[in-house]
Design a protein. Structure first.
Length: 128
């Protein structure tokens, strides 16, 4: 269960993922593609599939993993467009709520911090 929101680091992985993967498969992506330790506590990872209707959210707590699948009845989740050299990055908690609750028909702005660009490289993304 997610407790204090400020304690969590939220990561968005932008490339499309085979969402048949379970916890172990998504941890493999975190380790091999993102270069992060999936066992690090208080981390949330967001993955999207090819259909655009489904997202998986992997939550790492101190002593366990939680995996949530979010599926829209109609429409598609929007897919943030950022630089090609930034396949993943950190986002704010508020943006996690937007990413798992909004469809592509809405106008949305999120902040995306790509790790290879340093702390000054926070982008604001406007989705129309």
């Amino acid at each position: 269960m997610i407790t204090s929101l400020s304690e969590y680091r939220v990561y968005l992985y932008r490339p499309r993922v085979d969402l048949r993967k379970d916890i172990n498969g998504l941890c493999g992506i975190v380790r091999s593609e993102m270069g992060l330790d999936p066992m690090a506590p208080k981390c949330i990872y967001i993955f999207g599939g090819t259909s655009g209707r489904v997202r998986k959210v992997l939550v790492r707590e101190r002593n366990r993993f939680e995996l949530v699948k979010v599926r829209l009845d109609a429409g598609r989740f929007f897919r943030p467009e950022v630089r090609e050299d930034a396949p993943w990055g950190t986002i704010r908690w508020e943006d996690l709520v937007i990413l798992t609750g909004s469809s592509a028909q809405e106008s949305i702005s999120i902040e995306f911090d790509a790790p290879s660009c340093g702390a000054d490289a926070v982008e604001s993304i406007e989705i129309l």
